[in-house]
Design a protein around this ligand. Structure first.
Ligand code: OGA
Ligand code: NI
Length: 373
């Protein structure tokens, strides 16, 4: 029998949890040995295949997300190799792990540590940031899509919006992590510009092409906290989804739990200290006309932890969010006809947000011949 004979009961319990304003961390603090039923995922969304499964009888090594060493990207011969590796990675995996990316490990560790400190400080300090008001630049909440997906997930998030990273008002961020967020963003800006060039080159476009589209801005940082979970088989840290944006740069600690759907198998992303993960979002798949893939991923809940991660999203800034974006003309040919119609960032995100993370991709809705209408 369903855990919820009445949907109204479920919405009421989701609301009760939301109104505590202390997140999953608050539940864990109160010593719960069982997870409340609002966190129980439908069986099809549970991480039953927790590890990568080998084909029976196969000794082939487990597939691993590609790691790309960015050292020497200013030397033309090395740069050509890096660009090739990025092209392959984004065509097949939609993801790659970067090492020697230029951001000191200390800056990364400080962001992870201060994120943990934010989520573990006395509840009164975090409650003042708890909100779902989308007009607020700084928000703390548990399960971003709580009322769309109607299943609570085992994570809490501090979300910071920037618009113009050269004019960040650090004072508006929680005191406990504002310096660390500022330091990280300062460093990330240079790396983001390098990635815009390398990805343009990987598409065979001029180096400044993606930057010139005005879609490659650092806009949002989600500082996630996945508390240790007493019943990890029944719930999920973040449900299967693809990121709706242009690009995501993800920092994760050494706990593990992130999985990528690769060739129909869930593949664990092994944490590598000091590395950063990059993945293509739906809008990058749209403007590259499927050259680069926005791949689904999820985070399983674990008894270990807490697990900390910080996802930085790149997409057009406010003044460009109503502008239409479509497949880049230079990438289209008789062999590669246009797949998607033009859409603005706001229209895309509105459609994506109305669905919640329900396992159904948003992108096909934007095909010229819509696949799911
Ligand atoms: C996300 C996401 C993964 C992680 O925020 O979209 O997929 O490891 N996060 O926290
Ligand atoms: Ni994601």
């Amino acid at each position: 029998m369903s855990a919820f004979p009445e949907l109204d009961d479920k919405v009421r319990e989701l609301k009760q949890f939301d109104e505590t304003k202390v997140g999953v961390r608050g539940l864990v603090d109160s010593g719960a040995a069982k997870i409340p039923r609002i966190f129980i995922c439908p069986p099809e969304s549970r991480p039953e295949a927790r590890r990568t499964t080998r084909n029976a009888g196969s000794n082939s090594p487990l597939p691993q997300v590609p790691t790309i060493d960015l050292e020497g990207s200013e030397i033309p011969s090395r740069r050509a190799e890096i660009v090739d590796e990025i092209r392959q990675a984004l065509q097949t995996w939609g993801f790659f792990q970067m090492v020697n990316h230029g951001i000191p490990t200390g800056v990364l560790d400080n962001l992870l540590r201060s994120t943990r400190e934010f989520h573990e400080q006395p509840k009164e300090m975090r409650m003042e940031f708890y909100t779902r008001d989308s007009t607020r630049k700084v928000k703390y909440y548990s399960t971003g899509d709580l009322y769309q997906t109607k299943t609570a997930q085992w994570r809490d998030t501090l979300s910071c919006d920037f618009d113009d990273t050269s004019k960040i008002d650090l004072e508006s961020f929680p005191k406990i992590c504002r310096k660390e967020i500022g330091d990280y963003l300062n460093r990330l800006n240079g790396l983001k510009n390098l990635l815009a060039e390398l990805l343009s080159e990987a598409l065979g476009l001029s180096s400044n092409h993606l930057a010139s589209l005005e879609c490659f801005d650092i806009q949002r940082l989600l500082c996630h906290y996945y508390p240790p979970c007493p019943e990890p088989e029944l719930t999920i840290g973040i449900m299967k989804h693809s990121d709706p944006y242009i690009l995501t740069i993800l920092l994760q600690d050494n706990i593990g739990g992130l999985q990528i759907l690769h060739k129909n198998q869930w593949v664990d992303v092994t944490p590598v200290q000091g590395s950063l993960l990059v993945n293509a979002g739906d809008l990058l798949q749209l403007i590259t006309n499927d050259h680069f893939k926005s791949v689904e991923h999820r985070v399983v809940a674990t008894r270990a932890g807490p697990r900390i991660s910080a996802a930085c999203f790149i997409y057009p800034r406010n003044k460009n969010q109503s502008k239409p974006y479509g497949p880049v003309k230079e990438l289209l040919s008789d062999k590669n006809p246009q797949i998607y119609r033009e859409t603005s960032f706001l229209d895309y995100i509105h459609y994506f947000g109305s669905k919640g993370l329900d396992g159904v991709k948003a992108l096909p809705h934007f095909q010229l011949i819509s696949a799911n209408e």
